[in-house]
Ligand binder design. Structure first.
Ligand code: FAD
Length: 483
């Protein structure tokens, strides 16, 4: 596998604190845990975190303080009723974690290199052509031939544009600014987030400010961001006459929200911002991209190895597109609340009341933390399509560590003789594990995909035929491998 990265230098002030901080939620944290990377990713933040954290889902309601927010409106840990989340078990994988982009990239780069991936920096993809089941990628003078191409090249993706993917959605309402400034009269700007009659500004740390200016996205990428311009916008949005002495770092963004209508076109696929863009409100974009990668990785690997059942690769779009669409709407709803008008302030007042209830806080935690994420796999069992609980087996082994080798699992809590006969039926891609769990949540057996999502589950003793039928959708049998 080859990664072509346009940038020569992986470092940037925008990838470091304070601007490079990214909120990671449940599914991303679980993904890192299931690939053995969580310790390394969390190590940077362990001593720095000042956020109260629930430790485990079960203990969430014993902690007080803001647990997250929607358009800046906080919901409180003490209101979250995690007992409703029937299929969650205490786990080293928490529901939220802050990580610096540069640190995250460093850990993932090392992991990719150790897995034999080649990374060529300073090689931007300029175009590609497909012929005879092969793709020729143009990167400067270089021509790279490949069987598959995955565009993970960000919001202005060359692969998406050259591949003719349809990219549809809504136009921006604002230009957002993330700036680090020196302020001559700092007493004029309050700390925290503030809705004003002209926009929203948030001062995270002294001089570290995010500004939302409802200009229809007109300024973004049209002119250089100067100190004079930032001062003018900040004065207008904060309704003060604050004076800036210097502008140290600045970047802009918008709430343009667009999504590719399909994530696959033949041998070309999209993942991350290349497939979907939206405002950073609520910190979901990176999480969405990581979810794409976990969903696509094992399916593409099985396809390349020649042991993917029919339709496996297309399930990448059918599973991930609705999740992306839901996130785009989640961010659009926040924009609607932030508009500087009386209608939005009225809506905000109602939302503040609702978010402060047990039902409200639990709902927002489910959405923000990704607890409610479920793929529609057409199966009735309520666990199917959800992230697998972190079962602890009798010998202390946890599900998260069993998934580290990237294979699927057939977990047989009842140690049923009839299921033992299935051991090896799918070769390497599915490991059969016969062991009871300390808390099996009423389950008898379940099939877990390599991405950690439950493909099939049964509360009663299943027949081998039932298991084989369910598995055939995700894994080709050993006979198929031999073909
Ligand atoms: C202010 C702000 C705060 C945010 N906070 C959060 C948060 O808290 N949580 C969260 O989940 N998300 C957050 N996001 C969103 C998140 O940063 C993005 O969704 C995420 O970085 C997208 O990752 P990506 O790899 O898909 O794209 P990118 O990060 O854009 O990476 C694309 C890579 O492809 C390279 N590239 C581009 N074109 C080419 C080419 N033609 N050939 C080769 N290489 C190319 C680029 O150099 C880059 O390295 C935030 C965004 C902003 C702006």
């Amino acid at each position: 596998m080859l990664v072509l990265e346009r940038l020569e230098d992986p470092h940037s002030p925008l990838k470091r604190l304070p601007f490079g901080m990214r909120g990671l939620w449940g599914p991303s944290i679980e993904a890192f845990y299931r690939r053995g990377l969580l310790e390394q990713i969390a190590s940077q933040r362990r001593d720095e975190s000042s956020q109260p954290r629930p430790g485990s889902m079960a203990s969430g309601s014993q902690v007080r303080g803001p647990a997250g927010h929607f358009a800046g409106i906080a919901f409180d840990y003490s209101n979250i009723d995690s007992s409703r989340w029937t299929y969650r078990l205490p786990s080293p994988a928490d529901t939220q974690l802050g990580s610096e982009m540069e640190h995250l990239e460093r850990v993932l780069t090392a992991h990719a290199l150790s897995a034999g991936v080649e990374i060529q920096r300073g090689h931007g993809v300029e175009g590609f052509e497909s012929a005879n089941d092969e793709i020729t990628v143009h990167a400067g003078e270089q021509r790279v031939r490949a069987r598959w191409l995955v565009g993970c090249d960000g919001g202005r993706s060359t692969v998406r544009k050259q591949g003719g993917f349809e990219f549809v959605g809504t136009e921006p309402e604002f230009t957002g600014y993330s700036v680090q400034v020196e302020i001559a009269d700092p007493e004029k700007l309050r700390m925290g987030r503030h809705y004003t009659p002209t926009g929203v500004y948030t001062q995270w740390q002294p001089g570290v400010i995010a500004i939302v200016d409802f200009d229809g996205g007109a300024f973004h990428r049209t002119q250089p961001v100067t100190c004079e311009h930032v001062q003018a916008v900040l004065r207008r949005v904060s309704c003060t006459d604050v004076t800036l002495k210097a502008l140290n770092v600045a970047t802009t963004w918008t709430d343009r929200s667009q999504q590719a209508t399909a994530y696959r076109k033949g041998r070309v696929l999209l993942a991350g911002d290349a497939a979907h863009i939206h405002s950073p409100l609520g910190g979901q974009g990176l999480n969405l991209g990581l979810g794409d990668a976990m969903n696509l990785g094992w399916k593409l690997a099985a396809t390349i190895r020649g042991n993917a059942p029919d339709g496996l690769l297309d399930s990448y779009t059918t599973e991930r597109h609705p999740i992306g669409a839901r996130i785009l709407d989640w961010t659009r709803a926040q924009v609607a609340l932030m508009r500087p008008n009386r209608h939005s302030r009225a809506l905000e007042a109602i939302l503040r009341d609702l978010i402060d209830t047990r039902d409200g806080a639990t709902y927002f935690a489910e959405r923000v933390w990704g607890v409610s994420l479920r793929y529609d796999l057409g199966e009735e069992h309520p666990l199917v399509g959800r992230s697998c609980p972190d079962f602890e087996l009798e010998d202390g082994t946890r599900l998260g560590t069993l998934l580290r080798d990237g294979n699927g699992l057939l977990l047989d809590f009842g140690r049923q003789a009839s299921l033992q006969a299935l051991d090896g039926l799918w070769g390497g891609p599915v490991r059969y594990v016969a062991s009871d769990a300390k808390d099996r949540l009423g389950l008898s057996a379940l099939l877990v995909r390599p991405d950690g999502f439950v493909a099939w589950a049964s509360d009663t003793t299943p027949s081998p035929e039932e298991v084989t039928r369910a598995a055939a959708r995700w894994f080709a049998s050993r006979e198929h491998h031999a073909l």
